[in-house]
Design a protein. Sequence first.
Length: 209
Amino acid sequence: MNSTFFLFDLDSTLVDTRADLAAAVNLLRRDLGFAPLPVDAVAKCVGHGARAMLETAIPERPCTDAMLEAYRAHYHKHLLDQSRPYPGIPELLQRLRSDGHRLGVVTNKGRPASLAILDGLNLLSFFDAIVGDGDAPALKPDPAPLHFAARQLGRELLPTDWMVGDQDTDLRAGASAGIQTCFCRWGFSGATAPFPATLCADTPGDIGK
C-alpha cells in the first residue's frame, strides 16, 4: 500500500516567520528612506513569493532585482531571530512519519532560506522533499510544485494525498492537483479559509487522524 504524502507550506503553516520577515522588509524600507510597517501588515503580503511580497510591502517603488537581493541579504541575517515552529508542529511531523507517511515542503519561499529555517529549527530531517521558488516551472497556486515534490517522494500524486497550508495559494494548488487540502487556522490568513478546503484544522493535532 502506498503511504500518504503530506505536503506542507512553510511560512505561517509550519513556522511563525512573521517577525523576521517584517524585520527584513523594514530594513529594506529603511535603506530606501521609507518608514517601517507593522508586523501584521507585512504578514498580509506573504504567500506569493518574495518579489510579490516586496511589490505589496513597498508600493512606493517598483521592485527591482537589486531590491530583491538586498531584501534576501537582510533576511538571511535575521531569519532565525524570532521564527519558531508553531506549537504542536514537531509532534505532528513525528506522528505522521511514525505512521509511515511521506512528508514534503512546498513553499513559494526561496530554497536557501527554506533550508536554513528548517535546519535551524530541527525540522529538516522530517522531510524527504523540499520545493521552493525556482525549483518548479511556476509557484503556487500552480500545481506544478506539488507534482514536482511528489516525484521527489517517489510517485505521482493520488487523491488521498494532502496539501497543508494557510494561504489561498496552497488550497488552490492542492485543488488543481486533485488532492485533499487542509487549511491551517493558526496561520497568517486568520480563521476563515480563503478557498474551500477538505479540512479546516484548529491545531496541528487535527491533521492526519
